[in-house]
Design a protein around this ligand. Structure first.
Ligand code: TMP
Ligand code: ASP
Length: 236
């Protein structure tokens, strides 16, 4: 499978056309960004680690009945995926308070959220991905009420499945962000699931094993991602 024209370049991945109808190639780069693209660094091996990590999670979710865009791995840092029309929306679930919710609501970092809380954000770096609600999504025509309900339901299912997967490997899935899109009238989980877009803590020590290591300058970023992968039984 050969890359065709480059269609889009995001902060950590590029999207290419390919010769399979209705499919695209995702290239996972080593670029690592934080603060809406204000800080970008190259981290050796990150593209490979995230590509394999994402493939593992997408296949796990697919087997558990979540429809995902993932089709197959095609190289160390590339995957073949369904071509989706993406919604400009990020779906976030938090099991433990950390990051922006602590700043916005003045709550203590590390408190358990029971039940887990759900938030929508608008994908817009220039506006710093503002939080939006279901009414905004409908009024501005970003998605229908039916799709909103479906995205929310799928995100809760993903949370249930992955929280258990991580817990069984002595880790806490603190929070995560996922994105959805459509192909032929069907909703699919798109984009990626990797430690770039979630928070994962060691269950005992609460050591950070995700992109917060980069945001906070703690070092050992890719090493932490590899540790998470290894704990899940994945060779990277
Ligand atoms: P936050 O605490 O910054 O709102 O982020 C919550 C989780 O969602 C965290 O794991 C990071 C992830 N996330 C992204 O990866 N990209 C985004 O644009 C946003 C808003 C969140
Ligand atoms: N949207 C945020 C950014 O790119 C998410 C993150 O910090 O990873 O900065």
């Amino acid at each position: 499978m050969q890359r065709g024209e480059k269609l889009y370049s995001g902060k950590a991945k590029s999207v290419y056309a390919c010769d399979q109808d209705g499919a695209l190639i995702l290239h996972f780069r080593n670029d690592t960004s934080a603060f809406d693209g204000e800080r970008v660094e190259q981290l050796d091996r990150k593209g490979i680690v995230n590509n394999k990590f994402n493939a593992f999670i997408m296949e796990y979710l697919e087997e558990a009945g979540i429809q995902t865009h993932f089709l197959k791995l095609i190289s160390d840092d590339e995957a073949l995926v369904r071509q989706l029309d993406m919604f400009p929306i990020e779906c976030v679930i938090r099991n433990v308070a950390s990051g922006s919710i602590c700043r916005r609501l003045g709550v203590e970092d590390g408190i358990d959220l029971n039940p887990p809380t759900f938030e929508f954000f608008l994908k817009n770096d220039a506006l710093h991905d503002p939080m939006i609600n279901e009414s905004h999504i409908e009024s501005f025509g970003w998605a229908s009420a039916e799709i909103v309900a479906q995205m929310k339901q799928e995100t809760f299912k993903v949370n249930k499945l992955l929280s258990k997967l991580f817990a069984d490997a002595d880790m806490i899935l603190v929070d995560f962000k996922i994105e959805f899109g459509m192909q032929d009238g069907k909703l699919y989980l798109g984009d990626e699931f990797s430690p770039d877009g979630c928070r994962i803590w060691d269950a005992k020590t609460r050591e950070k094993l995700d992109k917060d290591r980069f945001r906070k300058g703690l070092g050992g970023v890719v090493e932490a991602y590899e540790q998470v992968a290894q704990r899940l039984g994945l060779e990277v």
